[in-house]
Each structure stands twice: as C-alpha cells, then as structure tokens.
Design a protein around this ligand. Structure first.
Ligand code: F6P
Length: 323
C-alpha cells in the first residue's frame, strides 16, 4: 500500500477529528502517503482530495465536527457513482481507504470494496453507538455527556417548578443514548425502540411517586415509536394527571457537537492507529472496534446488520433506582 485515503461520512460525531489525525499520523509514521477526502463519498466522486502532512492534523484532536466535512451521498449508491469514485481514486494513486462513519458508510464500503477489490477498513464514528463489534462508537461518550449536562440543567428548572419533563434525545434506530444518559441523570423512566413501551406502567409509577417527588424526567429516544413520541407522552400524562405541570424538550443537534471527551479521543486514537497498521498487513472489509478493551475486527456486514443487544442489567438499574 502506497497511498491511503481517509474520509468521514454520514452524520458527524465528536472524535472524528481525533480519528483522522490518528490515521494521518500513523500512515506517515510508516512512510505511507495519506490523502484526506472531503465530504465523504460525495467528495470522492467529485475529486475533493487534500494531501495530508503531520501539520494538516495539528490542533484538531480536541475539536468537534470533522475537518474533512461529511455528507450522505446518493450518487455513491449507484454503480455509475461508484465507478466515478474509483476512477478518481485511481487517478490519485490511492490504493486503500479508511472510512469513518456509521452503518450507511459501511454499507457503501462493503459494496465498493467488493466491486473494485480495494482494501477498506472502517472506524465506527456515530453518536448512536448502534454498530455491532465495538463496545462504544466514537462520539457516543461525548453525546451522553452532552445529554447529561443539558438534562442536569433541565432538572434545576424542573425542580424549581415541580414539573414533569419529557426529554427527547437522538438515536434514529437506537435507544443507547437514552439508556446511559437516562441512568446518568436519574431519569424516572426511559423509552427506547428496543423494548416495548408500557405507558400504563409509567402512569402507575408516576401515581406511586406522586407524593414524594417534585420533578420527574422521562427520556424518550427519537427512534421510539410505541409511545407516539415525546409530545404524545406529555399529552397522556396531562390527561391522567391534570395537575401535573408538564413540558417537552427536544435536545436535537447539540448532541452531535462539542469537544470530544477524553474517552472518545483515546478510542479514536486506538482504532485509528490499528486501522492503518492492519491495512498494511493486508486486512480489509472490516470495522475496527474495541471489545472488552481490546482491538477487535468485525466484517462490515456483521457490524451493520447484527443488532446491538440492549444490556438488560442497565434497564433493571433504571427501574430500581428511579423509585
Ligand atoms: O446517526 C446519528 C444521528 O444523529 C441520529 O441520532 C439522528 O437521527 C440523525 O443522525 C439526524 O440526522 P441529520 O443530522 O441528518 O438530521
């Protein structure tokens, strides 16, 4: 391998810059050229290539977002788009790739790698933590800390006004942001797509704790559908308890920004170094993750398709501690 291309694709996540830096510096350490590709697959097709040196990635480890920018490319889903991308890579002399992103990114990487026999390794970069084959994805730790910080603030005002807050957090198909941030902020209840939502049970809990709690916070994952969404949950609560003062707060994209936590930076550095070292040894078509604290490799299709199991013990903890 002579020249590695690195790119970020899909939704951004804090720690992507730390991952780019790790890939660039590791490649240079092994005397391999490295090129940054702008705006993911879209930039690959349009020829957005930036030769990288050690200084190109200076002072980015602590920055949120991605210096390479990111996009969700429709063109890359077509054979013509991928052909153009391959032609562009060939013109640049790029003979291996590191893809940083989530399931859409790895779906593209799997197809592209097979079609053109180009070695690609992936780094899991998404706040959702919804990839199989890594305990945590880059960005997840920062996102749950952001949620914790935001909801602690909501708790202050909820407590002052004796209010019930329904807080919607991100997670398109996954409740993992809701689960850990819910534990961390001491949520009354969490609602996630992976488990059946029992609104009656929630109403009963609210009834039970009626006398001895002044504020209550219920965390609803964006992807949860059983309940009808945060506003609907608020309506149901208002109907049952007309005296409860109820508010909804949608945290939104603040969850995607901000300085990555130390855990996300270290994770990004570890998987970034491993990706380049393993590409040089001939590995391809796998996601590099961390399982039980050790570097682990998972074929792209497993990482995407295998469902991340919800830790039942964490759900039990919410139940026990919210009484
Ligand atoms: O996949 C990360 C994520 O933040 C999801 O949790 C969310 O549903 C989605 O991206 C939002 O995407 P967009 O920024 O395109 O609105």
């Amino acid at each position: 391998i002579k020249k590695i291309g690195v790119f970020t694709s899909g939704g951004d996540a804090p720690g992507m810059n730390a991952a780019i830096r790790a890939v660039v510096r590791t490649a240079l350490y092994y005397n391999v050229e490295v090129v940054g590709i702008g705006r993911g697959y879209e930039g690959m097709i349009n020829g957005e290539f930036y030769p990288m040196n050690r200084r190109s990635v200076a002072n980015i480890i602590q920055r949120g977002g991605t210096i390479l920018k990111t996009a969700r490319s429709k063109a890359f889903m077509t054979p013509e788009g991928r052909k153009e991308a391959y032609n562009q890579l060939t013109n640049q002399g790029i003979d291996a790739l590191v893809a940083i992103g989530g399931d859409g990114t790895f779906t593209g990487a799997k197809i592209f790698g097979e079609e053109y026999n180009i070695p690609i390794l992936g780094l899991a970069g998404t706040i959702d933590n919804d990839l199989y084959g890594t305990d945590f994805t880059i960005g997840y730790d920062t996102a749950i800390n952001t949620v914790t910080d935001a909801v602690d603030k909501i708790r202050d005002t909820a407590e002052s006004h004796d209010r019930v807050f329904i807080v919607e957090v991100m997670g398109r198909d996954s409740g993992l942001i809701a689960l850990r941030s819910g534990i961390s902020i001491g949520a009354e209840s969490i609602m996630i797509p992976e488990t059946k939502t029992d609104i009656e049970a929630l109403l009963n809990r609210l009834e039970m704790s009626r006398k001895d709690k002044s504020s209550r916070i219920i965390i609803v994952a964006e992807g949860e559908e059983d309940s009808g969404g945060a506003f609907h949950v608020a309506d149901v609560i208002k109907n049952r308890f007309p005296t409860f003062d109820t508010r909804v707060s949608i945290l939104g994209h603040i969850q995607r920004g901000g300085k990555p936590t130390a855990m996300d930076r270290v994770l990004a550095c570890r998987v970034g170094v491993a990706a380049v070292e393993e590409l040089l040894k001939g590995r391809k078509a796998e996601m590099v993750g961390l399982v039980h604290g050790k570097i682990a490799f998972t074929p792209f299709d497993h990482a995407i398709k295998h469902h991340v199991e919800i830790n039942q013990n964490l759900l039990r903890i919410v139940e026990i501690l919210s009484l």
